[in-house]
Design a protein around this ligand. Structure first.
Ligand code: BV8
Length: 228
Protein backbone atom coordinates (compact mmCIF):
# COMPACT_ATOMS: atom_id res chain seq x y z
CA UNK A 1 0.00 0.00 0.00
CA UNK A 2 1.42 3.42 -0.82
CA UNK A 3 -1.21 6.12 -0.42
CA UNK A 4 -1.87 8.56 2.40
CA UNK A 5 -5.23 7.34 3.64
CA UNK A 6 -5.95 7.40 7.36
CA UNK A 7 -5.77 3.87 8.80
CA UNK A 8 -7.08 2.53 12.09
CA UNK A 9 -6.10 -0.98 13.13
CA UNK A 10 -7.72 -2.98 15.96
CA UNK A 11 -5.85 -6.02 17.26
CA UNK A 12 -6.87 -8.81 19.63
CA UNK A 13 -5.37 -11.90 21.21
CA UNK A 14 -5.14 -13.67 17.85
CA UNK A 15 -2.23 -11.48 16.71
CA UNK A 16 -0.18 -12.73 19.66
CA UNK A 17 -1.24 -16.39 19.40
CA UNK A 18 1.68 -17.37 17.14
CA UNK A 19 4.05 -15.76 19.62
CA UNK A 20 2.84 -18.36 22.12
CA UNK A 21 0.35 -16.30 24.18
CA UNK A 22 -2.98 -18.09 24.68
CA UNK A 23 -6.15 -16.54 23.33
CA UNK A 24 -9.23 -16.28 25.53
CA UNK A 25 -11.98 -18.12 23.73
CA UNK A 26 -10.22 -20.59 21.56
CA UNK A 27 -9.09 -24.13 22.50
CA UNK A 28 -7.37 -23.98 25.90
CA UNK A 29 -8.81 -20.47 26.39
CA UNK A 30 -9.80 -21.19 30.00
CA UNK A 31 -7.33 -20.38 32.76
CA UNK A 32 -7.19 -22.88 35.62
CA UNK A 33 -10.81 -23.67 34.71
CA UNK A 34 -11.89 -20.01 34.93
CA UNK A 35 -13.33 -17.88 32.12
CA UNK A 36 -11.73 -14.46 31.63
CA UNK A 37 -15.20 -12.97 32.13
CA UNK A 38 -15.22 -14.43 35.65
CA UNK A 39 -11.71 -13.33 36.65
CA UNK A 40 -11.53 -9.99 34.93
CA UNK A 41 -14.09 -8.11 37.03
CA UNK A 42 -13.98 -5.66 39.96
CA UNK A 43 -16.10 -8.16 41.92
CA UNK A 44 -13.56 -10.95 41.45
CA UNK A 45 -10.75 -8.57 42.47
CA UNK A 46 -12.62 -7.65 45.66
CA UNK A 47 -13.67 -11.23 46.46
CA UNK A 48 -10.42 -13.02 45.67
CA UNK A 49 -7.59 -10.57 45.04
CA UNK A 50 -4.97 -13.33 45.26
CA UNK A 51 -6.62 -15.22 42.35
CA UNK A 52 -6.89 -12.14 40.14
CA UNK A 53 -3.36 -10.95 40.96
CA UNK A 54 -2.03 -14.45 40.25
CA UNK A 55 -3.84 -14.52 36.88
CA UNK A 56 -2.01 -11.36 35.84
CA UNK A 57 1.30 -12.25 37.52
CA UNK A 58 1.49 -15.45 35.46
CA UNK A 59 0.67 -13.64 32.23
CA UNK A 60 3.16 -10.84 33.03
CA UNK A 61 5.88 -13.42 33.72
CA UNK A 62 5.12 -15.20 30.43
CA UNK A 63 6.11 -12.07 28.48
CA UNK A 64 9.77 -12.90 29.13
CA UNK A 65 9.39 -16.13 27.15
CA UNK A 66 7.74 -14.74 24.01
CA UNK A 67 8.68 -12.42 21.17
CA UNK A 68 6.83 -10.40 18.54
CA UNK A 69 5.88 -12.40 15.45
CA UNK A 70 5.82 -11.42 11.77
CA UNK A 71 2.39 -9.79 12.20
CA UNK A 72 3.59 -7.41 14.96
CA UNK A 73 6.70 -6.67 12.93
CA UNK A 74 4.71 -5.90 9.78
CA UNK A 75 2.46 -3.46 11.67
CA UNK A 76 5.54 -1.76 13.13
CA UNK A 77 6.97 -1.36 9.60
CA UNK A 78 3.69 0.12 8.43
CA UNK A 79 3.61 2.49 11.42
CA UNK A 80 7.17 3.64 10.74
CA UNK A 81 6.67 4.24 7.04
CA UNK A 82 3.06 5.35 6.67
CA UNK A 83 2.88 9.08 5.76
CA UNK A 84 -0.81 9.41 6.62
CA UNK A 85 -2.62 9.17 9.96
CA UNK A 86 -2.35 5.71 11.51
CA UNK A 87 -3.41 4.33 14.89
CA UNK A 88 -3.04 0.81 16.25
CA UNK A 89 -5.60 0.16 19.01
CA UNK A 90 -4.94 -3.09 20.80
CA UNK A 91 -7.20 -5.00 23.16
CA UNK A 92 -4.10 -6.94 24.18
CA UNK A 93 -2.26 -6.26 27.41
CA UNK A 94 1.01 -7.81 26.24
CA UNK A 95 3.92 -5.63 25.08
CA UNK A 96 4.59 -7.33 21.74
CA UNK A 97 3.50 -4.37 19.57
CA UNK A 98 5.95 -2.10 21.44
CA UNK A 99 8.74 -4.64 21.28
CA UNK A 100 8.22 -4.90 17.51
CA UNK A 101 8.68 -1.11 17.34
CA UNK A 102 5.12 0.19 17.00
CA UNK A 103 4.79 3.84 18.15
CA UNK A 104 1.30 5.03 17.21
CA UNK A 105 -0.30 2.56 19.63
CA UNK A 106 -3.00 2.62 22.32
CA UNK A 107 -3.85 -0.14 24.80
CA UNK A 108 -7.59 0.11 25.35
CA UNK A 109 -7.75 -2.70 27.93
CA UNK A 110 -4.61 -1.80 29.89
CA UNK A 111 -1.14 -3.34 30.11
CA UNK A 112 0.43 -6.20 32.04
CA UNK A 113 3.63 -4.20 32.63
CA UNK A 114 1.82 -1.44 34.50
CA UNK A 115 0.26 -1.17 37.98
CA UNK A 116 -2.55 1.22 38.84
CA UNK A 117 -3.32 2.73 42.25
CA UNK A 118 -7.02 2.18 42.97
CA UNK A 119 -6.85 5.01 45.51
CA UNK A 120 -5.16 7.88 43.64
CA UNK A 121 -5.01 6.69 40.03
CA UNK A 122 -1.21 6.86 39.84
CA UNK A 123 0.36 4.44 37.32
CA UNK A 124 3.75 2.83 37.62
CA UNK A 125 5.69 0.51 35.33
CA UNK A 126 5.64 -2.97 36.84
CA UNK A 127 7.49 -6.10 35.69
CA UNK A 128 7.45 -8.33 38.79
CA UNK A 129 4.69 -10.17 40.67
CA UNK A 130 2.21 -7.66 42.13
CA UNK A 131 1.01 -8.81 45.58
CA UNK A 132 -2.45 -7.68 46.74
CA UNK A 133 -2.08 -4.67 49.07
CA UNK A 134 1.17 -3.46 47.52
CA UNK A 135 1.67 0.21 48.51
CA UNK A 136 1.34 3.03 46.00
CA UNK A 137 4.57 5.05 45.67
CA UNK A 138 2.57 8.26 45.28
CA UNK A 139 -0.11 8.13 48.00
CA UNK A 140 1.28 5.25 50.11
CA UNK A 141 -2.10 3.54 50.16
CA UNK A 142 -1.93 -0.32 49.90
CA UNK A 143 -3.99 -0.05 46.72
CA UNK A 144 -1.88 -1.12 43.73
CA UNK A 145 -3.82 -3.34 41.31
CA UNK A 146 -3.16 -4.70 37.83
CA UNK A 147 -3.54 -1.83 35.31
CA UNK A 148 -6.21 -3.78 33.46
CA UNK A 149 -9.67 -2.72 32.28
CA UNK A 150 -12.06 -5.19 33.86
CA UNK A 151 -15.53 -6.00 32.55
CA UNK A 152 -17.85 -3.18 33.59
CA UNK A 153 -14.98 -0.65 33.59
CA UNK A 154 -14.55 2.00 30.90
CA UNK A 155 -11.86 1.11 28.38
CA UNK A 156 -8.96 3.57 28.15
CA UNK A 157 -8.48 6.24 25.45
CA UNK A 158 -12.04 6.04 24.17
CA UNK A 159 -12.19 9.70 23.06
CA UNK A 160 -9.04 9.34 20.95
CA UNK A 161 -10.28 6.04 19.58
CA UNK A 162 -13.67 7.43 18.58
CA UNK A 163 -11.95 10.44 16.98
CA UNK A 164 -9.70 8.15 14.93
CA UNK A 165 -12.70 6.01 13.92
CA UNK A 166 -14.59 9.07 12.70
CA UNK A 167 -11.66 10.11 10.49
CA UNK A 168 -10.26 6.82 9.21
CA UNK A 169 -10.50 5.83 5.55
CA UNK A 170 -9.64 2.21 6.33
CA UNK A 171 -10.46 0.15 9.43
CA UNK A 172 -8.60 -3.15 9.79
CA UNK A 173 -9.42 -5.73 12.50
CA UNK A 174 -6.77 -8.37 13.22
CA UNK A 175 -7.05 -11.45 15.48
CA UNK A 176 -10.16 -10.68 17.49
CA UNK A 177 -13.34 -12.70 18.03
CA UNK A 178 -15.58 -9.64 18.16
CA UNK A 179 -16.90 -10.92 21.50
CA UNK A 180 -16.15 -7.88 23.66
CA UNK A 181 -17.59 -4.39 23.44
CA UNK A 182 -17.10 -1.57 22.75
CA UNK A 183 -14.20 -2.86 20.56
CA UNK A 184 -16.53 -5.29 18.77
CA UNK A 185 -18.66 -2.35 17.66
CA UNK A 186 -15.83 -0.34 16.09
CA UNK A 187 -16.39 -1.85 12.63
CA UNK A 188 -19.99 -0.61 12.65
CA UNK A 189 -18.84 2.88 13.63
CA UNK A 190 -16.16 2.84 10.93
CA UNK A 191 -18.73 1.88 8.30
CA UNK A 192 -21.08 4.57 9.57
CA UNK A 193 -18.33 7.11 8.96
CA UNK A 194 -17.74 5.76 5.46
CA UNK A 195 -14.49 3.82 5.99
CA UNK A 196 -13.47 0.73 4.10
CA UNK A 197 -13.38 -2.29 6.41
CA UNK A 198 -11.08 -5.32 6.34
CA UNK A 199 -10.92 -8.31 8.71
CA UNK A 200 -7.78 -10.44 8.99
CA UNK A 201 -8.56 -13.41 11.26
CA UNK A 202 -8.09 -17.15 11.60
CA UNK A 203 -11.83 -17.65 11.22
CA UNK A 204 -14.96 -15.50 10.85
CA UNK A 205 -15.44 -13.32 13.96
CA UNK A 206 -18.83 -12.52 15.48
CA UNK A 207 -18.83 -9.29 13.46
CA UNK A 208 -17.61 -10.72 10.16
CA UNK A 209 -20.75 -9.72 8.28
CA UNK A 210 -19.98 -6.04 8.99
CA UNK A 211 -16.69 -6.17 7.10
CA UNK A 212 -16.57 -5.31 3.40
CA UNK A 213 -13.71 -7.82 3.07
CA UNK A 214 -12.51 -10.70 5.27
CA UNK A 215 -9.36 -12.76 4.80
CA UNK A 216 -8.93 -15.91 6.88
CA UNK A 217 -5.67 -17.46 7.98
CA UNK A 218 -2.84 -16.96 10.49
CA UNK A 219 -1.94 -13.33 11.23
CA UNK A 220 1.76 -14.05 10.65
CA UNK A 221 0.91 -14.69 6.99
CA UNK A 222 -2.05 -12.36 6.40
CA UNK A 223 -0.63 -9.18 7.99
CA UNK A 224 2.72 -9.05 6.17
CA UNK A 225 0.92 -9.88 2.91
CA UNK A 226 -1.47 -6.97 3.51
CA UNK A 227 1.26 -4.53 4.66
CA UNK A 228 3.92 -5.35 2.13
C1 BV8 B 1 -17.49 -1.29 29.12
C2 BV8 B 1 -8.76 -7.38 30.17
C3 BV8 B 1 -18.86 0.48 29.87
C4 BV8 B 1 -7.36 -7.59 29.78
C5 BV8 B 1 -10.82 -7.69 28.95
C6 BV8 B 1 -22.21 -3.20 24.66
C7 BV8 B 1 -21.55 -1.97 24.74
C8 BV8 B 1 -20.63 -1.73 25.77
C9 BV8 B 1 -20.35 -2.74 26.72
C10 BV8 B 1 -20.99 -3.95 26.63
C11 BV8 B 1 -21.92 -4.19 25.61
N1 BV8 B 1 -22.38 -5.46 25.78
C12 BV8 B 1 -21.78 -6.02 26.86
C13 BV8 B 1 -20.95 -5.13 27.40
C14 BV8 B 1 -20.14 -5.37 28.60
C15 BV8 B 1 -18.78 -5.97 28.31
C16 BV8 B 1 -18.78 -6.99 27.20
O1 BV8 B 1 -18.47 -6.67 26.06
N2 BV8 B 1 -19.08 -8.22 27.57
C17 BV8 B 1 -19.06 -9.31 26.61
C18 BV8 B 1 -18.58 -10.58 27.30
C19 BV8 B 1 -20.45 -9.45 26.03
N3 BV8 B 1 -17.82 -4.93 28.01
C20 BV8 B 1 -17.22 -4.29 29.04
O2 BV8 B 1 -17.50 -4.49 30.19
C21 BV8 B 1 -16.18 -3.23 28.69
N4 BV8 B 1 -16.48 -2.06 29.43
O3 BV8 B 1 -18.20 -1.47 28.18
O4 BV8 B 1 -17.68 -0.27 30.01
C22 BV8 B 1 -18.78 1.60 30.82
C23 BV8 B 1 -19.34 2.81 30.44
C24 BV8 B 1 -19.30 3.85 31.34
C25 BV8 B 1 -18.67 3.70 32.58
C26 BV8 B 1 -18.10 2.49 32.93
C27 BV8 B 1 -18.17 1.42 32.05
C28 BV8 B 1 -14.79 -3.64 29.11
C29 BV8 B 1 -14.28 -4.75 28.26
C30 BV8 B 1 -12.81 -5.06 28.61
C31 BV8 B 1 -12.75 -6.29 29.44
N5 BV8 B 1 -11.37 -6.71 29.61
N6 BV8 B 1 -9.62 -8.12 29.27
C32 BV8 B 1 -6.99 -9.03 29.78
O5 BV8 B 1 -7.24 -9.73 30.77
O6 BV8 B 1 -6.41 -9.43 28.75
S1 BV8 B 1 -11.64 -8.44 27.70
C33 BV8 B 1 -10.75 -9.67 26.94
O7 BV8 B 1 -11.45 -9.99 25.73
C34 BV8 B 1 -9.36 -9.27 26.47
O8 BV8 B 1 -9.06 -7.90 26.63
C35 BV8 B 1 -9.40 -9.54 24.99
O9 BV8 B 1 -8.56 -8.73 24.30
C36 BV8 B 1 -10.82 -9.27 24.71
C37 BV8 B 1 -11.33 -9.70 23.38
O10 BV8 B 1 -10.89 -11.00 23.13
P1 BV8 B 1 -10.02 -11.24 21.78
O11 BV8 B 1 -8.82 -10.37 21.87
O12 BV8 B 1 -10.89 -11.08 20.61
O13 BV8 B 1 -9.55 -12.73 22.02
P2 BV8 B 1 -10.42 -14.05 21.72
O14 BV8 B 1 -9.69 -15.18 22.35
O15 BV8 B 1 -11.85 -13.80 22.10
O16 BV8 B 1 -10.38 -14.21 20.13
C38 BV8 B 1 -9.15 -14.42 19.47
C39 BV8 B 1 -9.44 -14.36 17.98
O17 BV8 B 1 -8.20 -14.52 17.28
C40 BV8 B 1 -10.37 -15.46 17.49
O18 BV8 B 1 -11.30 -14.90 16.58
C41 BV8 B 1 -9.43 -16.42 16.77
O19 BV8 B 1 -10.06 -17.05 15.67
C42 BV8 B 1 -8.34 -15.50 16.30
N7 BV8 B 1 -7.03 -16.15 16.14
C43 BV8 B 1 -6.49 -17.13 16.91
N8 BV8 B 1 -5.26 -17.43 16.45
C44 BV8 B 1 -5.03 -16.61 15.39
C45 BV8 B 1 -6.14 -15.79 15.20
N9 BV8 B 1 -6.22 -14.87 14.22
C46 BV8 B 1 -5.15 -14.75 13.41
N10 BV8 B 1 -4.03 -15.50 13.54
C47 BV8 B 1 -3.94 -16.44 14.51
N11 BV8 B 1 -2.82 -17.17 14.61
Amino acid sequence: MNDERSIMILTGAGISAESGLATFRGPGGLWEGHRVEDICTPGALAADPALVHRFYDLRRAALADVAPNAAHQALARLDAGWPGALLIVTQNVDDLHERAGAKRLLHMHGELRSALCAACGDRVSWCDPLPPGAPCGACREPALRPDIVFFGEMPYHMERIEEALSRCDLFVSIGTSGAVYPAAGFVQLARHYGAETLELNLEPSAGSDWFAESRFGPASALVPAWVD
